[in-house]
Design a protein around this ligand. Structure first.
Ligand code: 0O2
Length: 279
């Protein structure tokens, strides 16, 4: 097949990746706007490189005409979560869209134990290599310059720890091809077990971590509001008042007292409101 023909084939895949990246990032950002914790830590996406596609064709002896049916990860989205629980929450977000903007085609659960999502059941198991991840292959409709197509997209969902392991293992495999030395293989299996223990351990203190993150977000937005309102007081020609509040803000900041900060924020807001009304 000519390079131009490949370009034409890959156009809808790039569009699917772009569209899904936008959608998952919106889900993540909207939670933040609502002051809620998002199960999505970060999202990346890629279209498989031509060399990687050709490698797979050779490896499995596919017919070039069957590529789009047989290689189901030409378009790939990777969603990284903090906790294992978040993986299932993200999976449920995807399942709830089934037959709406995508169709769930296949689930590959490489996580240890029972599938904890609400819309899917069964047992998961890490791969023999130690690889852990949750894969959902969906069919995604794309309207592009080459017409309407329904293409496969592989969505990989995993924790930060699982991703660390997978990225390192992937590079080692790339270096050694299929001939990973036995000693490295053993070490990788051991580290995969450590990753699993780490994720389990993190889950036990999840509530503690989430409430700490919530406090951090609350503090950060309160501080932003205070600083903005002090600036507003200056713009409203009330520099003495702005200085007074600034001193108070500095005093409370040192004490790290969130309640005092919230009270100060409300006081300045009300002051700014009154001044604006008088104008
Ligand atoms: P790349 O470079 O990420 O695109 P298949 O690989 O599709 O022939 P399989 O194993 O049934 O067959 O599919 P699966 O499990 O859905 O794997 C698809 C992708 O998952 C892989 O794509 C990897 O990204 C990832 N993956 C699967 N197994 C492993 C593993 O043992 N280690 C690591 N690091 N990643 C894995 P590609 O095309 O292999 O690679």
């Amino acid at each position: 097949m000519k390079a131009k023909d490949w370009q034409r084939i890959l156009i809808p895949y790039q569009q699917a990746v772009d569209e899904l990246l936008l959608k998952f990032n919106q889900l993540k950002d909207q939670r933040a706007q609502l002051g809620e914790t998002s199960p999505i830590e970060s999202v990346t996406g890629r279209v498989k490189s031509l060399s990687s596609i050709l490698e797979k064709i050779n490896k499995y002896h596919y017919n070039v005409d069957d590529v789009e049916e047989k290689i189901r990860d030409i378009a790939g989205i990777r969603i990284i979560c903090q906790f294992v629980e978040d993986i299932y929450e993200v999976a449920d977000m995807i399942y709830s869209r089934n037959n709406k903007d995508l169709t769930v085609f296949q689930v590959k659960n490489y996580l240890q134990g029972e599938d904890r999502s609400a819309f899917h059941s069964g047992e998961g198991k890490p791969k023999e290599s130690g690889y852990q991840s949750y894969h959902i292959i969906v069919k995604y409709p794309v309207f592009s310059s080459v017409g309407y197509r329904e293409i496969f997209v592989e969505i990989q969902i995993r924790t930060l720890a699982m991703n660390f392991w997978a990225v390192v293992e992937h590079s080692l495999n790339y270096k050694y091809k299929a001939k990973l030395p036995e000693v490295i293989k053993k070490r990788l299996t051991r580290t995969a077990n450590t990753i699993q223990s780490l994720d389990t351990e993190m889950s036990t203190i999840r509530d503690e971590i989430l409430s700490a993150q919530k406090l951090f977000r609350m503090k950060s937005s309160t501080v932003n509001d205070i600083v903005e309102n002090i600036e507003t007081l200056r713009r409203l020609q009330r520099p003495e008042l702005a200085d007074e509040y600034n001193t108070e803000f500095n005093r409370i900041s040192v004490q790290e007292d969130l309640i005092q900060l919230i009270l100060l924020k409300r006081e300045i807001e009300s002051e700014v409101g009154q001044i604006k009304e008088m104008k």
